[in-house]
Design a protein around this ligand. Structure first.
Ligand code: DGL
Length: 282
């Protein structure tokens, strides 16, 4: 995944009219977008952030295009009206590959999307065989076909849907053990495909998956590198907000969709590690 520039307006022209407390809104179906937040913190520690997780809609990967587009456009519309973010980052490959264009048409705020990092993977592979792990919805998107044709037409790209990794990443961040069989199954499925034994580069095309990079590295064995775009997305956010003032008026918050007044207890420790307080339900 890497970021996709959404600036319609010059950065300098926007800079003077941005409220210093206006947040960057990071949106995902769950905790995957924290991989982007981690990189953003390194580049812009003073940037106010709201982290929004559509946990009532998780997983997006098993939903239809229409369902994902409706949820993402609806939620981001409401959140943008309520929180007046300076920028929205859709920190989710599934949502971005389906709904990025539509959301950009309806929201008047810069939007940074997250799409599979096929371009960097194609420059890194030495064997010419790239694996791609994503959700069921992401791997069937025309957006991914276009990235493959544009950047990896002379490579072999093997796509595999690994929905079990989404739940494994959520479990890991709740402090629960990760089932090694789920990780092994993802690696074996790619290895078993024609040319799969020559994979030397794996695109983690879901923001949840870098949370399991250590486990995946063990399952794939030596000689495989993993590529994802969290750092690139953070750089893109930094570029689009360059020159803007930042001043937190309140601690950064995490909001989850769904019933109940607060975010689930099991997630509070990890959210605190990312500098986020319980912002309740949206
Ligand atoms: N984190 C999301 C992504 O990047 C997907 C997880 C889900 O299936 O909701 O694709």
């Amino acid at each position: 995944m890497y970021s996709d520039n959404a600036s319609t307006d010059s950065t300098a022209a926007r800079a003077h009219r941005i409220d210093p407390a206006a947040p960057v809104l990071l949106f995902d179906s769950g905790v995957g977008g924290l991989t982007v937040l981690e990189e953003l913190r390194k580049l812009q520690p003073g940037m106010p952030v709201i982290y929004a997780a559509d946990t009532a809609g998780l997983p997006y990967g098993s939903k239809t295009e229409a369902q994902v587009a409706a949820r993402v456009a609806g939620l981001l519309g409401r959140m943008t009206e309520r929180f007046h973010p300076r920028l929205v980052c859709i920190a989710c490959n599934t949502a971005s590959t389906i709904a990025l264009g539509m959301v950009r048409e309806v929201l008047e705020v810069p939007i940074v999307g997250t799409v599979p990092a096929i371009k960097p993977a194609a420059t890194l592979t030495e064997t010419g065989v790239i694996g791609l792990l994503g959700t069921e919805a992401t791997i069937r998107q025309a957006y991914v076909d276009r990235l493959e044709h544009e950047f990896a037409a002379d490579k072999i790209l093997l796509r595999h849907a690994a929905p079990g990794l989404v739940e494994a990443a959520e479990a890991k961040l709740r402090g629960e053990p990760v089932d090694p069989a789920v990780i092994a199954q993802a690696a074996q499925a790619l290895r078993a495909r024609p040319h799969g034994d020559r994979i030397d580069t794996v695109v983690l095309a879901c923001t949840h998956f870098p949370l399991l990079e250590a486990e995946l590295a063990e399952a794939f064995g030596p000689g495989v590198r993993f590529v994802h775009g969290a750092a690139g997305i953070a750089r893109q956010i930094a570029r689009l907000t360059e020159g803007q003032e930042c001043a937190r008026k309140a601690p950064d918050r995490a909001l989850f969709t769904g019933s109940g007044g607060t975010v689930p207890e099991a997630y509070r420790t990890v959210l605190a590690r990312y500098g986020l307080q319980d912002g309740g339900r949206f």
